[in-house]
Design a protein around this ligand. Sequence first.
Ligand code: TMP
Length: 206
Amino acid sequence: MKAMFITFEGPEGSGKSTVLSAVQKKLKDKSIDVMATREPGGIRISEQIRNVILDVHNTEMDARTEALLYAASRRQHLMEKIWPALEQGKVVLCDRFIDSSLAYQGYGRKLGTDKIMEINEFAIESRMPDLTIFIDLPPSVGLDRVFDNHRNVDRLDLESLDFHERVYVGYKELIKKYPDRIKVVDGNRSIDDVVDDVLSLIDTLF
Ligand code: TMP
């Protein structure tokens, strides 16, 4: 089994974290050496940065500060956890990565993808994922799920529907731009169906 870096993307409430856990379990059952992690976070320093970014009280945060914090958190996470795991030959499943910054900060915050790519290049040194799974769900449906499920609501969940619609449009543009890397899975179905589709996509890499 060769090392592989697979990221999961999608709007709020798309179910990607649940899907990721189920996929992790299925791969483990097949004796694949798999590690799951998330952004922003995954390690101590990056979880601390996550708390600063997502704190609902930090309403004064500037959009560029937000973008830089995501990139900083990403860098530390790559250095401490993701790259070492890939060097050990693991399959790494990461809940969100650079496409979240391109969609949320590039489109949602209107900073533009060029600027976001530029600051992220400093963080990731051109090491993009091997595969990105986009769990597709309209933002209005996803946000309803978030508020209905009473999951912890964070600063970005509280953005307007307009913001989340821009993020969604952004993802659609990224899918067009990186068709070989980003694969779309319909998130408006049962978790089992979504997981089956994701496993088939991962199989094509093996
Ligand atoms: P989560 O809810 O999937 O854990 O993600 C946390 C929030 O952070 C979510 O609203 C998406 C947002 N986010 C960005 O805006 N930019 C990023 O680069 C990342 C990784 C997440």
